[in-house]
Design a protein around this ligand. Sequence first.
Ligand SMILES: C[S@@+](CC[C@H](N)C(=O)[O-])C[C@H]1O[C@@H](n2cnc3c(N)ncnc32)[C@H](O)[C@@H]1O
Length: 287
Amino acid sequence: MATMIGGLASTRPQQKTEIQPENYRFLQDYIYRESGIVIDADKHYLLEARLAPVARKQQVDTLNDLCNLLRATSARGELRQQVVEAMTTHETLFFRDLAQYDAVRTAILPPLIEQRKHTRQLSFWSAAASSGQEVYSLAMMLLEMGLGDWRINILATDLSEQILDRAREGRFMQIEVNRGLPVSYLVKYFTRQGLDWQLKENVRRMVRFQKFDLRDSMRTLGPFDIVFCRNVLIYFDQETKKKILEGIRGTLHNGGHLMLGGAETTLSLTDSFARVTVGQAVLYRVP
Ligand SMILES: C[S@@+](CC[C@H](N)C(=O)[O-])C[C@H]1O[C@@H](n2cnc3c(N)ncnc32)[C@H](O)[C@@H]1O
């Protein structure tokens, strides 16, 4: 807010209203209920950074006011989705944890391809797909392996509808294609569109995108050969992780594989998977 001090215009720092403890707890519960994401007790800055824009959009001044809106039954629906969108982290890149893709290409797929040479069918799930880099990396890798004429079923899901819309579009900024995508893939699978890069139709149509909350029943999904569930379990508590891992186990073929993020493990959560290392990569195999 501009004020006059001694004839000079100065900018007074905006007085931030501290979020009241009961509202902090309300938001923790709300976000946990809607997404499974655990917000620790010391994440005031995170809530402020993520939810202040939502508050502004709702034309209220503080997170305390936003809590009142969220409590009002008539305000749920769209506002709930805005809060979930704001609290999810979509960080991703092409060929993230390259060693895992190498393991799939050199160790997991060759015997599977041999085994399926009559049906020529393979099935994959990217369970927290974000803007699509993970699943499109997989699709391009499969094309490079000469599997373009196989029946490849790739499902990509995420809780966030906004990010799925982006993923479906398959349009990436220069800064995004600079992260992890080999130049040869850029040239072969993308076309320039203004300042962005558009993924070609033959890759895009390999992937089916669908909204899915990992805490929901997975009984209708699968069976898959490989599930990528990377860099999302970190946001959940032990109980939720266990439930999700057991659910994923049920979607995998016997002998199927699960890929987790570098900071994630099945250890002390479930015995349903055997830990396997291939080069630098750690994978989890259904016995
Ligand atoms: C950090 S990104 C991971 C992207 C990609 N898997 C990777 O490793 O690069 C995490 C994604 O998990 C999604 N997510 C968060 N909670 C979820 C839930 N309960 N169900 C499904 N997806 C969820 C977020 O929307 C976000 O896109």
